[in-house]
Design a protein around this ligand. Structure first.
Ligand code: 6LW
Length: 510
């Protein structure tokens, strides 16, 4: 670990589809979790010593018992998580909107293993926890209850998740749409309730209120919103869904989600990403995020000793017995569809009947697209035997919006297919392909993706390109971001082994 003093840092601190961040501190260690929706394992957890340099140390949800996802839609599954530390235990509370509702898992080590699900019978999403000095544990979530839509709270027995009190409305926010993402803090004897309002798009904002008692009455901050880019023409938009943390040097910081639209009209395809900003306190005791509620791409760094982590190699040769933390499956994976041992040094995928157009669990191993400009490539050994079966790479936003570059058996011939699926529209280009390995290449630029192949050291051939904005959230909808994945499909259900020898992801002018 290198340690140097920092002067500035760049936002987002965790690029790519890592939304709804929540953070906690244990002495001089920081831990952060984000939403994961229909991807598995769920709830990635990151570690930092300086709030700027983050490394993923695992996932909180790594079993089907913790995370049942079958047939959930792509933006279903796991919504916003909260991570808190108390009395030697880490708690991660979240919602599976596709089964089970609010629950938490706990662990004495942040890297896990985490416990089985502990359900909490309060409705809604965006759950959070406050451990009070008197031993009370307050559970908040945003829901529509018998007192209308807003932030509800109850007390729970943290050893069982059981409710000890009824759920009561504590604040409806300042009047913005969708009051959500509550976090309750006890600071200098007062209870501060942080919210997101306006919806997670371009009207997003962070608001706050405080009270001398946990159930209120809450007085809204006169400086609200304490963070919003809704009226700014900034390269960073939709800032909201924040969590506060006091650093070990006493300074205060906020992590929150934001988006980086590529061009105008605004369209973003990397999803909602995790940003960092300093928090200042007004003379009348209110926190303000960033520069009077706005943030920049480059900001003054925390006065903490910088600790950089060894950066991941740009190439994965699949020589390990397990997949790296970057890799995710789409819903709970079929164990027969992937292997790191059938052909050592390869990731082997076997297509099942689920195609990329269906909400199931295809043979699919992917990672988040985290840069506007990067070169992606993979070496594939695949001699398809069943007509129609294919294996290759996909830039996947959801089942109706994805670009695929694959080796396929079409009418008995081995071809390369470049396919664009954009809503109800589909285009397909094919090119004859000889036997033997092929390198599949995707060159990502801010506004375009270029799809190329190379065989036998021959020249690189471009099959086609696709606009990034057609895979953007504004076009495709949902809460996720583009995933680049290796995949395989076979209508017979027993696909020919597709051996990915290596996968390379090289950011350019990051
Ligand atoms: C998250 C909630 C939200 O739980 O979207 O729009 C949900 N706001 O805060 C998924 O990110």
């Amino acid at each position: 670990m290198a340690t140097i003093s920092m002067t500035t840092y760049s936002n987002p601190v965790i690029p790519g589809f890592y939304p709804d961040p929540s953070i906690c501190r244990v002495e001089d260690d920081y831990y952060l979790v984000t939403s994961s929706f229909a991807y598995y394992p769920g709830v990635p957890i990151f570690h930092s010593k300086d709030l700027v340099n983050w490394r993923q140390i695992g996932h909180c949800l790594t079993s089907e018992q913790q995370l049942p996802l079958s047939n959930t839609w792509i933006s279903g599954g796991i919504y916003a998580p909260t991570i808190r530390y108390h009395d030697g235990w880490f708690y991660m509370v979240t919602t599976n909107v596709s089964g089970g509702g609010n629950f938490y898992v706990r662990s004495q080590q942040p890297e896990g293993p985490w416990s089985e699900r502990i359900a909490v019978a309060q409705d809604g999403i965006d759950p959070s926890l406050l451990f009070d000095e008197d031993g009370s544990v307050y559970f908040q979530s945003t829901c529509s209850g018998d007192e209308g839509y807003g932030i509800y709270q109850c007390e729970i027995d943290i050893s069982t998740g059981k409710l000890l009190t009824t759920s009561r409305l504590i604040w409806k926010g300042t009047g913005g749409a969708h009051p959500e993402a509550p976090h309750l803090y006890k600071i200098n004897g007062l209870y501060y309730l942080l919210l997101a309002e306006g919806g997670t798009e371009y009207c997003h904002m962070v608001t706050i209120a405080r009270s001398s008692a946990p159930y209120g009455p809450y007085e809204a901050c006169p400086h609200n919103p304490i963070l919003s880019h809704r009226s700014l023409k900034s390269s960073i938009q939709a800032t909201g869904h924040a969590d506060l943390v006091q650093a070990h040097d006493g300074s205060w910081w906020a992590v929150f989600l934001g988006i980086r639209p590529v061009s105008y009209p605004y369209r973003h395809h990397l999803g909602r990403e995790t940003f960092l900003a300093p928090v200042s306190w007004t003379a009348d005791g209110w926190p303000i995020i960033g520069n009077r509620g706005s943030v920049e791409s480059v900001m003054e760094a925390p006065q903490l000793t910088e600790v950089r982590w060894q950066t991941n190699s740009t190439r994965d040769d699949f020589d390990d017995s397990t997949l790296g933390f970057d890799w995710v499956f789409l819903r709970n994976p079929d164990p027969l569809c992937w292997s790191l041992t059938d052909a050592p040094g390869n990731l082997v995928l076997r297509g099942n009947v689920t195609s990329l157009d269906e909400s199931g669990a295809p043979a699919f191993v992917g990672r988040r697209l985290r840069h506007w400009t990067c070169n992606i490539s993979a070496l594939l050994n695949f001699e398809p035997q069943h007509n129609g079966e294919e294996a290759g790479l996909t830039l996947f936003m959801n089942e109706s919006y994805h670009y695929d570059l694959a080796v396929m058996l079409k009418e008995g011939r081995k071809v390369i297919v470049f396919r664009r699926t954009v809503g109800s529209l589909r285009t397909e280009h094919t090119l004859e392909c000889s036997e033997g390995p092929v390198i599949l290449k995707i060159e990502a630029q801010p506004e375009w993706f270029h799809f190329k192949i190379q065989q036998d050291q021959s020249n690189v051939l471009e099959l086609g390109s696709g606009e990034s904005h057609l895979l953007s959230t504004e076009v495709a909808g949902g809460f996720t971001g583009v995933i680049v994945a290796m995949y395989a499909v076979c209508e017979t259900g027993q696909g020919t082994p597709a051996c990915f020898d290596w996968f390379e992801y090289e950011p350019l002018n990051a």
